[in-house]
Design a protein around this ligand. Sequence first.
Ligand SMILES: *Cc1c(COP(=O)(O)O)cnc(C)c1O
Length: 369
Amino acid sequence: MHPTVIEINKRIFENNLVQVRKQIGAGVRLLLPVKANAYGHGLIPVAQLAEPFIDYFGVACLDEGICLRQNGITKPILVFGAIDEEQIRGLVENNLEITISSMYKARLVHEFCLKYDKKCKVQIKVDTGMNRVGIRPESFNPLLDFVLASSVLILTGVYSHLAMSEVTDNSVTESQITSFSAIVETVKVRKPSVICHLANSGGVCYHPSSYFDMVRPGLLSYGYFPGEKLTTGNLVEIKSCFSLKSRVSYFKVVNKGAGISYNHRYHTSEMTRIVTIPIGYGDGYRRGLSNSGEVIIRNKRYQISGTICMDMFMVDIGSNGESYVGDEVVLIGKQGDQELKIEELASKLDTIIYEVLVGFNERIPRVVV
Ligand SMILES: *Cc1c(COP(=O)(O)O)cnc(C)c1O
């Protein structure tokens, strides 16, 4: 086994999904976004754990959807991203639901299906304020007419995306909800079974009026709040299910005043013990944590010493530090009564939890515990 692993705690992850369900109520469906390797947690293990607890999966692109189908996932899968013409075949053949955001894309899919005698499930994406992908509300009706009139396109959903939902009170979210409500009214008159959805994690946490027929919380399902942590209500049990662990791979005693790692950005202040941990920026443990990231070894927190290398970094555990080759090292998560939170890494790196999570690459095995 590789000494560095990402552990996904099954019980915590499943409980997060149960708590989200409790929050949204029985009438609202749950889509789990599993894009970007399930936010770094591992696409296949996460999808397999989640499938009994959710209604839909959401992925960013064709390849992620194919990967789910090839690994036996049968629940509906919505591809969020704008599609390329040459991807249509793959999307249709793998029973993936395509996002339609323009008349041009709708016609391409329609013509493909006519030509090859196929049918295809599609969802229309409306831009209510993100100003990214999506049809403008004023152009929505002709697109809706076209999709509903097509003999080969099956409209399963209409959705939009919130731009500022992690902020509790804000007029941008209010106006997006208002604008989407008008779209929903139009849709329900024409085809009541269409699933209308808007809420991401921020919507689920802070804007209950954004729930409509389905919600799409990514970050929250993995155990983090996109904004202020809620301390009352159904979501209080939401907890991180992700740990990053390694093992000490080398131990040496180094003289006082020795420079450690590339460019000697750390110098020992006494004759001391230096341990090496086999993870580096080549795994996605970011070089920006040089001389600032921390680890837990034998129930004690230590700071990383010097520059993080591609495949390893060093830690000065002091002249009396106790640690030997093979000891467990926690980089994110708990050991004994110590805990290192991913929030700390994100803030040291001046970024958001999302970016830190998705940065851990496929070199690190994911294990469900
Ligand atoms: C990524 C994504 C989400 C999930 O966002 P979170 O902030 O992680 O909840 C929801 N909807 C769409 C369209 C997305 O691309």
